[in-house]
Unconditional design. Structure first.
Length: 287
């Protein structure tokens, strides 16, 4: 396990005074906003220091965010390759800003062309800023076998949004946080991570798993609170999970990759309805 130096511990929400307009009337009220702040990440070994860019994220478990980012980018294969993570706060910044310097072992992979960013990583896009098309390659080469992956009943899939919402207290207060959750074979939620960025939530979920959870990804599903695009699909494939569920819409590229790698992909999960875009055999239907 890496040494965890102090990082930003700020709340995920802040209070804001607003003017609410409803039914032709204006009234001043207090509201809650989701926090978005920058975190600059760099990685070094004994020979090289590689800047990964600036991620706009919701402060919280920054260690998990950084660990998950390194794992999903293919820089590390386990937490044992991270010697320590040192967090420092930037001086004189116009907003709270932190830097994370990650010291890794020589076995970690540092490739400037593959891992560096040309501009900041926004909260909306986990792949944005990549400096070359080569850096967007999918590390996984083989399709998932038909026998791999959990099997969930139709009713278990339908029950997931309510289970997720019940654990998203900050989302219910702001409406501005995305979530990624790990789902067990019994349909229960194993772990949850939230962030203003969908991809950050997935990185936090991955990083928390890296810190000591032994349950293989092929024995669980991943539930996303919003739309599912390339960046989330890439991270799920990097982890090795063949069952993805999204409350929102998948992109065409996500569906293409799901079919290519034999991933069960569920989208538009709302109420009694959902769409299955690939590998439906991992779902046990009522009829």
């Amino acid at each position: 396990m890496p040494k965890n130096d102090i990082s930003a511990k700020g709340t995920a929400t802040v209070r804001s005074r607003i003017l609410r307009i409803a039914e032709g009337k204006a009234s001043p009220e207090d509201d809650r906003l989701t926090v978005e702040e920058p975190l600059e990440v760099a990685v070094r070994n004994s020979k090289t220091t590689l800047p990964l860019g600036v991620a706009f994220r919701t402060p919280g478990d920054d260690e998990a965010l950084v660990l998950g980012m390194l794992y999903n980018e293919g820089i590390i294969t386990s937490a044992t390759e991270v010697v320590d993570i040192r967090f420092t706060q930037a001086k004189g910044a116009t907003m709270p800003a932190w830097r994370a310097m990650v010291r890794v072992t020589e076995s970690a992979t540092l490739e400037e062309g593959r891992h560096s960013r040309a501009f900041p990583i926004s909260s909306a896009c986990g792949a944005c800023g990549k400096s070359a098309l080569e850096s967007l390659r999918i590390a996984r080469e083989d399709r998932f076998h038909d026998r791999e992956g959990v099997r969930l009943s139709e009713e278990a899939v339908k029950a997931l949004p309510l289970k997720l919402l019940q654990l998203q207290s900050d989302f219910q207060r702001t409406g501005g946080l995305h979530a990624a959750a790990r789902i067990g074979a019994d349909g229960g939620l194993i772990a949850l991570a939230e962030d203003i960025g969908r991809h950050n939530a997935m990185d936090k979920l991955t990083g928390a798993w890296l810190r000591g959870d032994s349950l293989p990804w092929e024995e669980q599903a991943i539930l996303f609170s919003g739309r599912l695009g390339y960046d989330l699909m890439q991270k799920a494939l990097a982890c090795g999970c063949p069952f993805l569920v999204s409350i929102g819409a998948p992109s065409s590229f996500a569906v293409e990759l799901a079919n290519l790698f034999n991933v069960t992909l569920v989208g538009f999960l709302r109420g009694e309805r959902f769409n299955v875009y690939s590998a439906p055999y991992r779902i046990h239907f009522s009829d």
